[in-house]
Write a protein that binds this ligand. Structure first.
Ligand code: OAD
Length: 244
């Protein structure tokens, strides 16, 4: 019986079109906390307190303090070997797409180009009045930051709970899922929709779907196979097996 790792490598050898969905576990080895589980960002905190438009209207400074902490953590972090492996894979396939739920920008920093950030990015913020954008990771001393154009309040460019994803980003990710022969689901608890549903779109369209996650998730039974390892270890092993 070939292992799931061997089945994944064989599937990738045959494939021309590959897509990936990533979540917080992808950046765990870069020192960025995940959301769910022990030590996660949502432990001891309710999502509604910091990650909804209602929370921002009620107390923008509280919400900004949370995201300022995340901005500083992201600034101090660097892509890990998992991010680097995905960037290396992009160069080797005719079509390779990454859809990430992460807002840390680490895929871009690692060199992934055909990338969609479904939930936004902490590097960007925009004015709620005139929509002017700013993009950096410099510490913000005065919270909330105000627009240099019109003086309006700025908000993080993050898709909060209760807000729709960008139609363009979603269509891009869904098309990649539909067209892929192999679909990788990396470091996500597969609990937040619509993003989690991309793996089901890929499976329904006939892709072989493999999960890379030390833990099982609610969608594990639907997938073709699983590599139960941290992504910073599993993905470089995949690259080495394919091209080493
Ligand atoms: P979660 O925190 O829900 O799940 C992280 C997953 O990563 C878990 O299944 C872990 O088992 C797994 N994991 C941990 N370390 C890993 C490693 N080194 N390698 C591989 N996997 C590892 O994070 P997400 O699924 O990304 O949304 O959460 C989805 C969304 O919910 C986030 O985008 C965020 C959150 O609330 C918003 O803020 C809008």
């Amino acid at each position: 019986m070939p292992s799931d790792f061997d089945r994944l490598v064989s599937a990738l050898r045959r494939a021309k079109r590959v897509s990936v969905l990533t979540g917080a576990g992808m950046s765990a080895e870069s020192g960025i906390a995940t959301f769910r589980g022990a030590g996660g960002l949502w432990e001891g905190r309710r999502v509604e307190e910091v990650a909804t438009p209602e929370a921002f209207s009620a107390d923008p400074v509280k919400v900004w303090r949370f995201y300022e902490g995340r901005r500083r953590a992201v600034k101090a972090a660097a892509p890990n070997p998992g991010h680097e492996a995905l960037a290396a894979l992009e160069a080797r396939f005719p079509a390779f797409h990454v859809a990430t739920q992460n807002v840390d920008g680490l895929h871009r920093r690692a060199g992934s180009r055909n990338l969609v950030e479904l939930h936004g990015c902490v590097e960007r913020r925009y004015c709620v009045v005139c929509r002017r954008t700013e993009e950096d990771l410099e510490p913000l001393d005065d919270l909330p930051p105000l627009c240099k154009g019109c003086g309006g309040m700025m908000r993080p460019d993050i898709v909060w709970f209760g807000e729709p994803l960008s139609v363009e980003a979603w269509e891009d990710a869904r098309q990649a899922a539909r067209e892929s022969e192999v679909y990788l689901v990396v470091g996500t608890s597969s609990q937040v929709y619509p993003a989690a549903g991309l793996a089901l779109v890929a499976a329904d369209a006939g892709a072989e779907v493999f999960e890379i996650n030390p833990e099982e998730t609610p969608l594990s039974p639907v997938f073709t196979g699983a590599i139960r390892e941290p992504s910073g270890k599993a993905l470089p092993r995949v690259v080495a097996a394919l091209f080493g």
